[in-house]
Ligand binder design. Structure first.
Ligand code: UTP
Length: 226
């Protein structure tokens, strides 16, 4: 059975460089699991830097997205290098490519695909393409809150949400100003909802939560399901 991971770029490429220790911990968890994995890596800070550079040389938003996608693919390559023989050796370019490679390796890794979306949506699409039962979103935040936890010390974390509740939260925050992005973008929310993909939100800093989410067990983050 496939589990898809949406792995936040800032967990891989930190301000101190590539976090090899984190990638190695993830490798150990995946190695011990009986599941197969489709992984989509985000772009982190590098994506924003590349996009900004593209805009400065008169690129439009399409070209800024193309530049940011390069950062997601660089992170995918870092993950592949860290996972060694467990992973298919090439960054997969699209969902067909991913489906074809999936039978050959325990882990396949891809970055972004087309401009205009984010790797959350790529992860939701990959989960659909692989018929995955579960998607685990791994970021710096340990779940979904009723308001931004980095700004509001009284923000309350949800243990469980329905798909409709998730979509409602994502649409409310979609209208907020830039820089206040909700943890999972609205398209990704709608995709996991239409296919009823169980979606777990955990922090990459809590490896026990990550392990439990991957196995579909209880954890300290947020679970979205029927
Ligand atoms: P991320 O998925 O890392 O974006 O992709 P994000 O959600 O903005 O980043 P975090 O989670 O807050 O760190 C980085 C950027 O790459 C482009 C978009 O510009 C996106 O913001 N991208 C990514 C695409 O255009 N298409 C894709 O399929 C993926």
């Amino acid at each position: 059975m496939y589990v898809v991971l949406s792995l936040g770029g800032s967990l891989i490429n930190t301000e101190n460089g590539i976090d090899h220790k984190f990638l190695d911990e993830v490798k150990k968890i995946l190695d011990k699991s009986s599941h197969s994995f489709g992984i989509v890596t985000g772009g982190g800070t590098a994506a924003r830097v590349y996009a900004q550079k593209a805009r400065q040389i008169n690129g439009n938003e399409f070209e800024a997205d193309e530049a940011a996608i390069k950062a997601t693919k660089e992170n995918a390559k870092h993950a592949i290098d860290a996972f060694g023989k467990l992973a298919y050796s090439r960054v997969l370019e699209n969902f067909d490519d991913a489906r074809n490679a999936a039978s050959a390796s325990k882990i396949i890794v891809m970055g972004g695909t087309i401009p205009g979306i984010t790797t959350d949506s790529d992860a939701a699409l990959l989960a659909e393409a692989l018929h995955a039962k579960r998607l685990v979103n791994i970021s710096n935040v340990n779940g979904i809150y009723d308001s931004n936890p980095s700004k509001n010390p009284n923000a309350k974390k949800y243990d469980k949400l329905s798909y409709d509740e998730l979509i409602k939260l994502a649409s409310t925050s979609d209208s907020r100003k830039a820089g206040e992005n909700f943890v999972f973008d609205i398209l990704a929310c709608k995709l996991v909802s239409r296919s009823r993909i169980e979606t777990h939100f955990v922090s990459g800093k809590n490896l026990d939560d990550l392990k439990n989410a991957i196995e579909g067990k209880e954890h300290g983050g947020t679970v979205v399901k029927e």
